[in-house]
Design a protein. Structure first.
Length: 99
């Protein structure tokens, strides 16, 4: 999960940027299984969230590099005009509830 606070009134622009500039590279990555781009609702602060699913941790590391477990990311320069804070990443593993 990648979450970032967005400057007031810039969520639509940032969502469009992510959908056209970031998401195609994510969805084309080896091991990408699916995901969603979500925006906050009913909050005073605006946020954008990307939830992605990967074949395994090796695939995620292959896409993000060796620092794939870092929780705070440095924004790329093209994203900075949209951001109201530091992007945050958290990684999760599915729990097998059948066994």
């Amino acid at each position: 999960m990648w979450e970032t606070p967005v400057k007031a009134g810039r969520t639509d622009d940032f969502a469009r940027y992510v959908a056209t500039k970031v998401w195609p590279a994510v969805t084309a990555a080896d091991g990408f299984l699916g995901g969603e781009i979500l925006r906050s609702v009913g909050r005073a602060d605006e946020r954008l969230l990307l939830v992605t699913r990967w074949r395994d941790e090796a695939a995620l590391e292959g896409f993000l590099g060796p620092a794939w477990t870092a929780h705070e990311l440095t924004a790329v320069p093209d994203e900075e005009p949209f951001l109201a804070g530091v992007p945050f990443v958290d990684n999760w593993r599915i729990i097998d509830t059948d066994g």
